[in-house]
Design a protein around this ligand. Sequence first.
Ligand SMILES: Cc1cc2nc3c(=O)[nH]c(=O)nc-3n(C[C@H](O)[C@H](O)[C@H](O)COP(=O)(O)OP(=O)(O)OC[C@H]3O[C@@H](n4cnc5c(N)ncnc54)[C@H](O)[C@@H]3O)c2cc1C
Length: 282
Amino acid sequence: MMLNLREYHRPTDLEEAVRLLRRRETRTVPLAGGTTLVPSRRRDVEAVVDLADLGLAYIRSEGDRLRIGATTTLQQLAEAPLLSDPPAGQTFLRLLAETAHATAPSTLRTAATVGGILAAPQASTPLIVALLALDAHLTLWAPQPRQTSLESFLAYRERLLADGALITEVSLPLPRPDDPPARAAWAWVGRTPHDQPIVCAAAWLVRAGDTVQAIRLALGGVADHPIRLPALERELQGAPLDAATLTLDIPNPPSDFLGSAEYRQAMALQLARRALAQAWGR
Ligand SMILES: Cc1cc2nc3c(=O)[nH]c(=O)nc-3n(C[C@H](O)[C@H](O)[C@H](O)COP(=O)(O)OP(=O)(O)OC[C@H]3O[C@@H](n4cnc5c(N)ncnc54)[C@H](O)[C@@H]3O)c2cc1C
């Protein structure tokens, strides 16, 4: 439990939540599912703003974007019919249901939220890797709403979340009805089938006959946060895909008790090949 907590707030509108979070005199942080924050023994937190009544638990398809509210839980993502049984032309959305399920065990999934996962990301969180491959953008209230790509957010997270910024929504592009179908897949390696990944990869692509019309590839577990590989994506675009000949050069992967830098580099290559080959064949 936070050791200096003095105030609990549960606002019902966003402006009030942001106002509370931006107070300089009282160190205030958002409380979402609480799975990380509540058991933490943080001394710096004096007040929390519970996000539960802000109406941010939703998953909806609106025109050309899928919108996910920040307090949507991992379990809601894993079970949402829109994601687990998506309409024709949007089958790549299954990637979100699959990776939300794989991100945490059921006890955590029912509480942990999309916003919490993004605010406190781990290096190989499957859902974040999937969201990167699906070109997700975030809405941050800081203090007015603004958009940022997930890629930029992950690179500058601490700066963007300073001064009481609040993640309110994640959204991603949906294809138009006449667009060719996109496909997506992911692959991972961990110590056991129920453990979190050491390394994982997610791929999204559109085929035009035998060539790649559009492609995105993301990796987890090879840097301090999940990353996309834009240079490789550019190389693969417009050519036939031969995943077996793919090469990857990842600068300075981390090395720890879960896996050495060399192991992570080798796994990243195999998993990227597997995810790409699966997406290509789907
Ligand atoms: C036992 C255990 C196992 C775990 N295993 C995994 C794992 O395998 N993989 C993995 O990826 N993670 C794992 N986690 C981390 C877990 O996913 C985090 O607890 C989750 O990211 C937090 O989500 P939450 O909604 O509970 O956030 P909270 O605990 O409520 O908040 C976490 C942090 O994010 C901030 N925050 C929350 N929502 C927002 C928002 N909308 N805008 C801005 N800031 C916000 C909070 O202020 C706090 O600093 C594990 C955690 C535990 C306790």
